[in-house]
Design a protein around this ligand. Structure first.
Ligand SMILES: [Zn+2]
Length: 342
């Protein structure tokens, strides 16, 4: 293993952190980490004179059992419930939950680094598609949730996704109606966040879409969609094929790539599996889980089963290799490790 060279001082208050002054450090001994026996290099910052170690830059900083992280990530994208993950890896269920909360935002930032890279190289071109997947938090009838997902069609690269409330359903039992009232007294009426979430996806696409090209977007016929796209792309879209949701769901359907992606989400993210007891208790946990899926889908998994050495991100030219889960979870990207190191 090559020796670690700190890219800058890890203390945000130090001028040598953000590049205000030239960063210099010297090696200052090492120690053996108790949890896995790895030798950790210590450093001294020549500017603020504080000590730090190579660990300060790592995502598994101060974690117990850091070695299981790639396996936990594997479980998160393989329909394995938190409880079962804990049983398989002989860890506490709370540890699984903590890793979900830790990995979710970290992998969201990882993805943002690549979107920024795409933008700096002139943006993404081609055909895109989006649709909403419906799930729920805690209660299917009282607290439904929508998950709009936006993908690049040819490569199945997930550009963006969101989660938002949907209103409680009508036609519910007397018991559920009473529970709904009790809930509304505390939290207020549950309203639809669908438009806001769809708009966030369109905004994310606009930021990364090649400004030289017209937008090609395939989506369902839903009255709120078109005004949102128009608001952000004006007349800059060429082909807007709006298929009825009832069109046959086969490979010839222009919505096939996005339908397939939503089916994959349902199959691989335990809390989205239909009629399951693994459903999300909270929306915040769901979005963490989804960003983990996105990072795995775009950067780790082969784009298709027949393209073993090619990931979706590679097909778009954003990187030249498929990453291993351990690499995604190695550093505190991008705050404490420059993008160029990826
Ligand atoms: Zn410093």
């Amino acid at each position: 293993m090559t020796a670690f060279t700190p890219p800058f001082c890890p203390y945000p208050s130090c001028a040598a952190h953000a590049g205000g002054v030239t960063f210099r450090s010297y090696r200052d001994g090492s120690y053996q980490r108790a949890v896995d026996g790895r030798r950790v290099q210590r450093f001294h910052c020549c500017h603020c004179l504080r000590r730090f170690s190579s660990q300060s830059f790592r995502l598994d900083y101060r974690q117990q059992k850091p070695r299981i992280n790639p396996q936990i990530l594997g479980c998160f994208v393989s329909k394995v419930t938190h409880r079962q993950t804990a049983r398989i890896l002989r860890i506490d269920r709370k540890t699984v939950q903590r890793r979900l909360r830790h990995f979710g935002p970290a992998l969201h930032r990882w993805h943002a680094v690549f979107l920024a890279r795409a933008r700096s190289r002139g943006g993404l071109s081609g055909s895109f598609s989006f649709d909403e997947l419906e799930t729920f938090e805690h209660d299917r009838r009282l607290q439904p949730v929508t998950v709009p997902v936006l993908i690049h069609r040819a490569t199945r690269f997930v550009v963006h996704l969101e989660t938002a409330d949907l209103p409680s359903r009508g036609g519910i039992s007397a018991l559920n109606a009473a529970r709904k009232k009790a809930r509304e007294r505390i939290h207020g009426r549950r309203t639809s966040g669908s438009s806001r979430a769809v708009e966030a996806c369109v905004v994310a696409l606009k930021r990364v879409h090649s400004p030289r090209e017209l937008l090609q977007l395939v989506m369902d016929r839903k009255s709120t969609y078109l005004p949102i796209v128009r608001r952000h792309f004006g007349k800059r879209f060429a082909a807007l094929i709006r298929e009825y949701g009832s069109a046959p769901r086969n490979t010839l359907n222009p919505m096939f790539p996005i339908n397939h992606m939503l089916a994959m989400l349902r199959d691989q993210v335990s809390r989205l599996v239909r009629r399951s007891w693994a459903a999300s208790k909270k929306q915040a946990e769901l979005i963490h889980h989804l960003w983990i899926f996105v990072a795995w889908r775009n950067y780790v998994r082969p784009m298709f089963n027949r393209t073993k050495h090619l990931s979706s991100a590679m097909a778009l030219g954003l990187t030249d290799r498929r990453y291993r889960p351990a690499e995604l979870l190695r550093w505190k990207w991008p705050d404490l490790m420059p993008v160029s190191a990826i």
